[in-house]
Design a protein around this ligand. Structure first.
Ligand SMILES: [Zn+2]
Length: 263
């Protein structure tokens, strides 16, 4: 085994032993790596800046069968505002938690890396945005993440009658993970109208993420699309993502700050 250089995003850091950090990286190739940053909790550590959550950097890893370590690290994108401002930090933390939930160790996905990198860049660029704009951005991220990992909700054909979804009244049934015509749904599932279905279709493409801040959606469509994705995520993961709940507290205005609670 020899040293290895990786370009990666820092997803997580946890204290380890006296002065070390255990760091979870997502490499550009989409591989999850758990690595040791020795002495990184000492104030003068040369590794400290490069092992903060949301940083994108280059890491030289020394080989080890159990736990590889970081020999050298260089932060290329520090994304420091994501660690300073509460709402962007909550958004970025959610992106990381969701990415981790959909990452499978030993099964790299470069698409996940690209999606998270773009998500973090856009979160930083729009850090002053009001909550309704974040809401569409989060819908777009969830929709793209599900699609990229092969779990996208069924949005084209009604599973009951096999015909394309058309009209203006539908239901999403979490068990099937798909949208049905209202008349084919036997009244089960979450109702949604054409606007929400159209938004879910548009935002499912990972390349739609950058335009999410410009997509205009009515409060009703945001609500419906949000509930569909929430139910679908819950159906797949079997439990809610903690940081998603924390994030949506902003919507109710329960967190402090003047920009929240406009819905
Ligand atoms: Zn049908």
């Amino acid at each position: 085994m020899k040293e290895r250089q990786v370009e990666a995003l820092v997803l997580k850091k946890e204290p380890f032993q006296e002065a070390d950090l255990l760091v979870t990286l997502l490499s550009r190739e989409g591989e999850l790596l758990r690595v040791l940053a020795k002495g990184a909790r000492r104030p003068k550590s040369s590794l400290l800046a490069a092992v903060q959550p949301f940083v994108g950097g280059r890491y030289l890893l020394w080989p080890s069968r159990s736990l590889p370590g970081i020999r050298q690290a260089r932060a290329e994108k520090s994304r420091s505002s994501l660690r300073l401002q509460p709402l962007p930090m909550a958004v970025a933390s959610y992106g990381v938690e969701a990415t981790l939930a959909f990452s499978v160790e030993g099964s790299p996905s470069p698409e996940l890396y690209r999606l998270l990198e773009s998500f973090l860049d856009l979160t930083e660029a729009h850090r002053e945005a009001p909550f309704p704009e974040w809401e569409v951005f989060l819908l777009a991220f969830e929709d793209a993440l599900l699609t990229a990992t092969g779990y996208g909700p069924g949005l084209e054909e009604c599973p009951a009658c096999g015909k394309p979804l058309s009209g203006d009244s539908y239901r999403f049934r979490p068990l099937e993970g798909a949208v049905f015509h209202e008349g084919c749904s036997r009244g089960e599932g979450l109702s949604l109208a054409g606007e929400a279905l159209g938004a879910l279709r548009l935002l499912a493409k990972p390349r739609s993420l950058p335009m999410a801040f410009r997509v205009q959606l009515s409060p009703r469509a945001r609500e419906e699309a949000g509930r569909v994705l929430e139910a679908h995520l819950l159906g797949i993961l079997g439990k809610p993502l903690k940081s998603r709940r924390a994030l949506y507290l902003w919507k109710g205005g329960e967190a402090h700050g003047s920009r929240v609670g406009h819905l």
